[in-house]
Ligand binder design. Structure first.
Ligand SMILES: Cc1cc2nc3c(=O)[nH]c(=O)nc-3n(C[C@H](O)[C@H](O)[C@H](O)COP(=O)(O)OP(=O)(O)OC[C@H]3O[C@@H](n4cnc5c(N)ncnc54)[C@H](O)[C@@H]3O)c2cc1C
Length: 490
């Protein structure tokens, strides 16, 4: 299986990643991307070690492969999948949202549903075979796939066909016998700068007039004409691991994708000028459920870490037994438990669909997801509350501890009973990186938006809850009495 050495070597290609107006020569050596590339490499090493039980027999070849790239077929495989996803998430404490298992889950579910890609409207190509072959490539080569499935923000009052200017959203500019030429942009692809390929599609509802933009395809990151414009990277400003322990390891970067007449061979096209086909791809295949279940496993892992931080801060400050603080830690425990329970309830309610994909229960999954935009800010709020000004009563950097002339003041004034200054500062710097640094601010935005704006995610919860049953219960009750009924006993 692929190791970090293989993965890092593969990133030294001709990819065009732009930072500060300049193309990056080699992402593996650049301070913005090297840390996250090494973090992803560690994930591959974990999977490659059989002791971690992340491998499963590939039904197609009999070879041991990463189980996170295979579609779960029964309850046992789904549980093993969760444990493997948890292992990867724990390696990054949930701070890497788009590890290779996220889009890997989408592709695994696609592979189980060739009928969703059957080409009865498109160009007469075997699009279902393209999806199957791509899945094989992901499984056999341990590919890290990122995705860009949202159009540029431009205007949300309408969709691409009504925007000013041609090809703002990426779409088909030309059809050729061997493939298509695409032109335009897609909003954001997290992790793409250090990924192998990008799945480009559109999950936002389009209209019939947007047909040219109703495409789904995959593109290697080093493809000619593709440029990744990364938002300001945070890792390079992390002066040391001690000062920015999260930023310095987990800044996974987000990039605007620009396609300048990019050739996509037919083999890489999954949906072609098919507006309903785009939605079918995500929602008819179980991909959205499996991919977002992976995301909730990751989210629960991160929240547990935040709860641990909050408890430790309270202990260090000697307030953990105060009734008011116990109440806050209790609320935190409840919030984390909601997400943990949502993950397990979705697993418990999982069922095999008509193509043999063992899908996590949508009601439990989207129920937990619908509250993410409330839970995450509240968890951050409690951690901020407990940390007080401790996150600012900190030296500018580790230098104050290394310098003999300043170390004495640190040791005398910044320690706590039982916690020497060096450890206390270490803890509070970690807390700041989780709640207050630029990395933390981006994470707040990520948790609110990665699966769509909160109103979109709550829409998933609404549609998958199954309101028929509660409505029937209310209607039955209303039908059980009338104006002719007996008077209530007083
Ligand atoms: C850190 C980060 C990483 C991301 N990574 C990826 C990635 O890897 N791949 C990817 O494809 N995308 C990614 N995204 C993009 C993400 O998918 C989008 O941000 C998300 O889908 C929401 O779309 P939007 O940002 O255009 O918000 P909008 O749709 O513009 O919504 C913004 C706000 O406008 C209001 N609003 C808009 N429309 C309506 C409406 N119809 N009704 C009511 N209110 C409305 C709401 O208040 C809403 O919260 C990422 C985003 C972030 C923040």
């Amino acid at each position: 299986m692929r190791t970090s050495t293989d993965y890092l070597a593969s990133l030294e290609d001709g990819r065009r990643v732009v930072v500060d107006g300049e193309p990056v020569k080699n992402v593996v050596e650049h301070p913005a991307f090297s840390p996250i590339a090494h973090t992803i490499g560690r994930l591959f090493d974990l999977a490659a070690d059989p002791a971690n039980n992340m491998q499963a027999e590939d039904p197609a070849t009999g070879r041991a492969v990463n189980r996170l790239f295979l579609p779960p077929r029964d309850a046992g495989e789904l549980t093993d999948y969760r444990r493997a996803a948890q292992l990867w998430a724990t390696e990054t404490h949930g701070f890497v949202g788009r590890s290779p298992d996220h889009v890997g889950a989408f592709v695994a579910a696609f592979s189980r549903h060739p009928e969703a890609f059957a080409d009865d409207r498109g160009p007469g190509k075997d699009l279902a075979e393209n999806v199957r072959a791509f899945h094989r490539r992901v499984v056999e080569n341990d590919l890290y796939v990122s995705y860009a499935i949202i159009p540029p923000q431009a205007s949300r009052t309408t969709t691409e066909h009504a925007w000013e200017g041609d090809f703002i959203q990426v779409g088909v500019a030309e059809e050729r016998p061997d493939g298509i030429i695409v032109q335009g942009a897609q909003m954001l692809a997290t992790g793409a700068a250090v990924a192998d390929e990008i799945l480009v599609s559109c999950i936002k509802p389009l209209q019939a007039q947007d047909e040219d933009f109703a495409v789904s395809f995959t593109v290697p990151v080093d493809t000619d004409g593709l440029t990744l414009y990364c938002r300001r990277p945070y890792a390079p400003v992390a002066s040391s691991e001690y000062d920015y322990p999260l930023t310095s390891r987990y800044d996974e970067t987000d990039a605007l994708l620009v396609f300048d007449k990019v050739f996509i061979p037919w083999e890489n096209v999954f949906v072609y000028k098919d507006v309903p086909g785009l939605r079918q791809q995500f929602f008819g295949t179980g991909a959205h459920v499996l991919g977002n279940w992976q995301a909730q496993i990751r989210f629960a892992t991160k929240l547990r870490f935040m709860a641990g931080l909050a408890h430790k801060v309270a202990e260090v400050n000697g307030v953990e037994k105060f009734p008011g603080v116990v109440e806050k830690l209790g609320e935190l425990a409840s919030l984390v438990s909601i997400v943990e329970s949502g993950v397990l309830a979705a697993e418990h309610a999982a069922e095999s669909d008509d193509q043999g994909l063992f899908r996590p229960g949508a009601r439990a999954l989207y129920g937990a997801m619908g509250l993410q935009s409330e839970i995450h800010p509240r968890v951050i709020g409690i951690l901020r509350d407990l940390a007080g000004g401790g996150v600012l009563q900190l030296p500018a950097s580790v230098a104050e501890l290394r310098n003999e002339a300043t170390r004495g003041h640190m040791d005398r004034y910044v320690g706590s009973p039982g916690t020497p200054a060096e450890e206390r500062i270490k803890l509070f710097k970690l807390v700041w990186d989780a709640i207050g640094s630029e990395f933390a601010g981006r994470h707040q935005q990520y948790e609110l938006f990665y699966a769509g704006a909160p109103f979109v995610v709550k829409g998933y919860a609404y549609r998958n809850y199954g309101y028929d049953q509660p409505l029937a219960e209310v209607n039955d009750f209303l039908a059980s009495y009338s104006t002719h009924g007996t008077e209530a006993a007083r």
